[in-house]
Design a protein around this ligand. Structure first.
Ligand code: NI
Length: 178
């Protein structure tokens, strides 16, 4: 396993649409998945898409802790999703702050679908098909956006709300004590 270099906003690797993976069972895809998971963990991320590590393929990894999933729903185990598709299951959207390993230090509010289905292939060639809500659904939408060359600031309704995590946290704390 190797820790891969993560491209940052402005790098052309993040703007190109990625190509489908021809063979999810290929050894190099298995190796890439292991490296992406190691890289995600090293960076403390929730998800990572192949274009973020300079590989223009439609493949994402993510995992969601039980504490972030929501009431009554279990944690989402470490998932490798190849050639993913998203199926909206409801029109309702919810706005929440997002961050991205390719946009380090920053955060901003993004509206995302609350309830989706998603599908793709696993590393063993099996079909993965799940339903997701809330934060889980947000993570999948964020990661799949990377496959189309889209970073979350491009999804923000008000770009002036983009800020450094540190500054927004400080402002929120000051607000609390005022
Ligand atoms: Ni991201």
């Amino acid at each position: 396993m190797a820790i891969l270099k993560i491209a940052r906003m402005g790098h052309p690797a993040l703007r190109r649409p990625a190509s489908p993976v021809d063979d999810p069972l290929a050894p190099e895809i298995r190796r890439l998945a292991a490296d992406m998971i190691a890289t995600m963990d090293d960076a403390g991320g929730t998800g990572l898409a192949a274009p973020q590590v300079h590989v223009p393929l439609r493949m994402v990894v993510f995992r969601v802790a039980a504490s972030r999933v929501g009431d009554g729903l279990g944690a989402v185990p470490t998932t490798v999703l190849i050639n993913p598709e998203i199926i909206p299951l409801d029109e309702s959207v919810e706005t929440a702050f997002e961050a991205c390993l390719s946009v380090p230090g920053l955060t901003g509010p993004v509206a995302r679908l609350v309830h989706i289905g998603y599908a793709g292939w696993g590393l063993d060639g099996s079909r993965i098909a799940r339903e997701a809500r809330g934060f889980h659904a947000r993570v999948v939408q964020h990661e799949c956006d990377h496959l189309d060359g889209v970073l979350y600031p491009a999804r923000m309704a008000d770009i002036s709300a983009l800020g450094f995590v540190e500054e927004l946290r400080r402002a929120a704390q000051q607000g609390d004590s005022a």
